[in-house]
Design a binder for this molecule. Structure first.
Ligand SMILES: [Zn+2]
Length: 256
């Protein structure tokens, strides 16, 4: 998988259970009653798996050895697209904020692994119809444009019907802090008429969160901000066009 070094360099101690309290409570409320075993794919530091592990038999999978160091349940070091476990070994396959990070190829294989490993349910959470270009950064060293949290794709509910035709959608909801969508056409325009330094204002991303590593050339820098009238005007126009909506999309599917 690409960007392994960047993934390993991530501060895995940063994400705490308290940060995801409401989300975890919601997840626990959605898990069907007949579930006993769960496979958590892309568990990161286990912030969710460790809580699930108190009520279920959980196996957590991640490709970062460092991240798995924080995981207290059974764990497997593996990439989501190639998990060395037998077919249909879990009542439910769970995955939270992973699919949006996967590049082409890895993505399709990971979806296939989810289908292969579950006995009955797949439970996925992803950003809710996000426009990843909203947090676009241009690397000053190589010129590559990328999404700050490395989100490579976005999902609507209808995407899951297409990706998982062998499954029925049995529950779905949008949940979490309300964030403003960015109109796609307007964002393309903004990126064309304004310099990259004005794309992400400080009120979207505070100064202490601006340290970034380019996924292409691994150049490490602080993403700057410079006011630009055209960029700000586009942002204001977007407020009129794009409503706020809950940040996450939860999807629960059952094998047909
Ligand atoms: Zn670069």
């Amino acid at each position: 998988m690409d960007n392994k070094a960047i993934y390993e360099a991530y501060d895995w101690s940063a994400l705490k259970e308290a940060d995801l309290k409401d989300k975890i409570r919601k997840i626990l409320g959605i898990i069907p009653e007949d579930v006993q075993t769960i496979l958590d794919i892309g568990c990161g530091n286990g912030v969710i798996s460790n809580v699930l592990g108190k009520a279920y038999k959980v196996t957590a999978v991640d490709r970062s050895e460092k991240a798995l160091g924080f995981v207290k349940t059974d764990k497997v070091l593996a990439s989501a697209d190639n998990i060395p476990l037998p077919n249909a070994s879990f009542d439910m396959v769970f995955s939270s904020e992973m699919l949006e990070h996967l590049p082409d190829g890895v993505f399709e294989k990971s979806v296939a692994e989810m289908k292969r490993l579950t006995k009955k349910y797949i439970f996925i959470t992803v950003p809710n119809d996000e426009n990843p270009d909203k947090l676009a950064i241009r690397c000053p060293s190589c010129g590559f444009v990328y999404n700050s949290p490395n989100h490579l794709r976005s999902f609507k509910l209808t995407d899951f019907e297409k990706l998982f035709p062998e499954f029925n959608l049995i529950n779905s909801l949008a949940f979490g802090k309300k964030v403003r969508h960015y109109n796609k056409t307007l964002l393309v325009l903004k990126k064309r008429i304004s310099p990259a330094q004005s794309w992400i204002p400080y009120y979207w991303m505070p100064k202490e969160k601006r340290e970034t590593i380019c996924p292409k050339c691994e150049h490490q820098f602080e993403n700057p901000y410079r006011f630009n009238l055209l960029a700000t005007t586009t942002d204001v126009a977007n407020v009129l066009l794009s409503p706020k909506k809950p940040y996450w999309l939860f999807v629960l599917m059952e094998k047909k």
